[in-house]
Design a protein around this ligand. Structure first.
Ligand SMILES: [Zn+2]
Length: 90
């Protein structure tokens, strides 16, 4: 189950990219996000993987509530590349 997760996640990101143009930040995701402690949110935002920079900070992101958790999608603060971070459901 765990081994397949990365693949499922990648597929999901691709689907999300396709709907992104007409979607704004998901209301349910925004509600869940708002409940997180400030420190937790900062930790999440500062630990996003960029394909060229490695661990970076995500900026200008949108949120989407998915069945895997909250999907954050935005840009790398260092190089401006698209990055995504899944905040898994507990
Ligand atoms: Zn980068």
């Amino acid at each position: 189950m765990r081994a397949n997760f990365g693949r499922m996640y990648n597929a999901h990101v691709k689907i999300f990219e396709r709907v992104e143009m007409m979607s704004v930040t998901d209301f349910k995701a925004a509600q869940k996000w708002a409940k997180l402690p400030k420190q937790t949110k900062q930790l999440i935002l500062e630990n996003v993987l960029c394909s060229s920079c490695g661990v970076t900070t995500i900026v200008e992101f949108t949120m989407q509530d998915t069945k895997f958790g909250i999907l954050l999608k935005g840009k790398c603060v260092k190089c401006g590349r698209d990055v995504a971070r899944l905040l898994e459901n507990e």
